[in-house]
Design a protein around this ligand. Structure first.
Ligand code: TYD
Length: 172
């Protein structure tokens, strides 16, 4: 994505924004089936993150072999793929300053049983696989994963009305 441009409420100074990142989140079938979509989306909104894209999709084996390429040879891959195809998922593009690491921290450790309380997995999951969300683990992977799940026109650049009260002007 090209850099976003925001005009601050402070006189006529215009900041060219370079600190914003966009990351990919998947609300997995364990989230959709347990009717937690609203609660999880609410957490990201409450944090001050901006929803830049959001859609429901049915995943297939081809996209999962690509998305979990680092795991295709692991014995649990067939069960993982089945769990990710068990119902539609919700794909989200989430933007904010350092959004990749912020969202990853909100997600928590892979295994919900050891994830810290206060994280999404630590609050909603008891499983190493049925763990509610996927979140990109690096800026590089976020770009690759966003392109895998979204067409460019499905990710929206718009100015959040509350931006000036979420960040100090020198943070964004
Ligand atoms: P991984 O990329 O290691 O973790 P994370 O989702 O925290 O980035 O694994 C991807 C998914 O694979 C994980 O969310 C659930 C599944 N998985 C298993 O089913 N069993 C396992 O032992 C591991 C490590 C992962």
């Amino acid at each position: 994505m090209p850099p976003l441009h925001f005009q601050t409420f402070n006189s006529d100074k215009v900041f060219i924004d370079n600190n914003m990142e966009t990351t990919l989140v998947l609300l997995k079938p364990s989230c959709v089936q347990r009717q937690l979509i609203g609660e999880i989306v609410h957490r990201f909104e409450r944090r001050g993150l901006r929803i830049a894209g959001m859609k429901m999709m049915q995943l297939d084996e081809a996209i999962l072999r690509e998305h979990y390429a680092h795991l295709v040879d692991r014995p649990f891959f067939p069960a993982l793929a089945a769990s990710m195809m068990a119902s539609p998922i919700v794909a989200m593009a989430i933007s904010g300053v350092e959004a990749v690491s912020v969202v990853r921290a909100m997600t928590g450790y892979t295994n919900g049983r050891v994830a810290d309380p206060g994280t999404i997995r630590g609050d909603y999951s008891m499983s190493n696989q049925q763990n509610i969300v996927h979140a990109s683990d690096s800026i590089e992977n976020a770009a690759i994963e966003l392109a895998r799940f979204f067409r460019p026109e499905e990710i929206f650049e718009y100015e959040s009305a509350t931006l000036g009260f979420i960040y100090a002007t020198n943070e964004r």
